[in-house]
Design a protein around this ligand. Structure first.
Ligand code: COA
Length: 329
């Protein structure tokens, strides 16, 4: 029996309207536009404002747009996976809330939390459901409202993150295009460098934890930076080697948008020209699970059927990896 491949057959992205510029951040913390641009590559990021709006709002718009674009009804979705680190609430899963809002009445749904590698982990999972032959339409969402866990008095983190995300539809490929292979990794010892101290079962929320700002992202940037460069580079090399590919064979490298210096280091270590690397960090910052689907959405018009694409990410956990896919339309 021939292997079934999971192809991305549609992509859609969504970002909130509010633009948080470096100039505005200059009024909030001791920083400046020049430092932020040169050290991170970020010029602005989007922020989801409005009472009662969480990550599901981003997912809702992304999935609604996706279905309209593909011309299918929400009732046709078999499974909806949402990669997020900022769920609407501890439970139920944000995926369930999105499914309910879009009317995916025949889908089961759940969240995956792998921080900035969330979209890769969810894409791998979703593609395996398609490969099994039992599922025909799987939606993978990557979305985060990072502003909900950022301390806007901490200049080490507030300059980096933004809100946004996107969704892809996976369907069985008719011509073996789609997700081909992956190399995914985790190392829980990386927790010390990037985590949220309180609000989980180890340290539930109290008035004291809130007053101490322990529900915000804690990050020791330098070790994360080094581990990100090393992790993404080795994952890409691994996936290239496994598939007997040379870097010249790759049409597009789509890295998680963490920091322009991380992206440039990875690209130069791999030896891929700048023109083949997808970068939009200047406009959105780091939207965690949202960066890769936002890149796919923005670059979709440039992809050609059969293009060889490598997605790569690194994030809290630590989590990291690379996925090799061929573009299906
Ligand atoms: N504005 C101005 N100055 C700042 C600043 C800011 N927002 N943040 C730090 N600085 C200062 C520091 O105080 C330090 O000053 P000093 O030399 O006088 O001590 C100097 O800039 C360098 O600080 P450092 O922390 O070494 O900066 P960096 O070059 O490592 O950049 C990060 C900081 C966070 C941008 C960078 O480490 C990074 O991007 N790390 C990876 C983050 C990431 O991608 N995380 C998501 C998961 S992938």
């Amino acid at each position: 029996m021939p292997t079934i491949q999971a192809a991305i057959t549609a992509v859609y992205g969504w970002t909130p309207d509010y633009v948080l510029t470096n100039a505005e951040l200059e009024n909030m913390v001791d920083t400046n536009d020049e430092w932020i641009r040169t050290r991170t590559g970020i010029h602005e990021r989007r922020i989801l404002k409005g009472e009662g709006l969480g990550t599901s709002e981003i997912g809702f718009h992304a999935v609604t747009g996706l279905l309209e674009k593909r011309g299918i009804d929400a009732s046709e979705i078999d499974l909806l996976i949402c990669a997020t680190t900022t769920p609407d609430m501890q439970f139920p899963a944000t995926a369930n809330i999105i499914s309910d809002r879009v009317g995916a009445v025949n889908a089961f749904s759940y969240d995956i939390n792998a921080a900035c590698s969330g979209f890769l982990f969810a894409l791998e999972t979703g593609s395996r459901f398609i490969q099994s032959g039992a599922y025909k339409k799987v939606v993978v969402v990557g979305a985060d409202k990072m502003s909900s866990i950022i301390d806007y008095t901490d200049r080490a983190t507030c300059i980096i993150f933004g809100d946004g995300g996107g969704a892809v539809l996976l369907e069985p490929s008719e011509d073996e295009l789609g997700v081909q292979d992956s190399s995914l990794y985790t190392d829980g010892s990386g927790k010390v460098y990037l985590h949220q101290k309180a609000g989980g079962s180890v340290k539930p929320a109290t008035a004291e934890t809130v007053a101490a700002g322990e529900h915000f992202v804690f990050q020791d940037g330098r070790p994360v930076f080094k581990a990100a460069v090393k992790g993404m580079t080795s994952a890409i090399n691994n996936v290239l080697e496994k598939n007997q590919l040379k870097v010249e064979d790759i049409d597009w490298l789509i890295p998680h948008q963490a920091n322009i210096r991380i992206l440039n280091s990875v690209a130069s270590m791999i030896g891929i020209p700048e023109k083949n690397v997808v970068v939009n960090i200047h406009r959105y910052g780091n939207t965690t699970s949202g960066t890769i689907p936002l890149c796919l959405w923005e670059w979709e018009g440039k992809f050609k059927k059969g293009d060889k694409i490598i997605l790569t990410a690194f994030g809290g956990g630590f989590t990291w990896g690379a996925i090799y896919l061929t573009w299906a339309y």
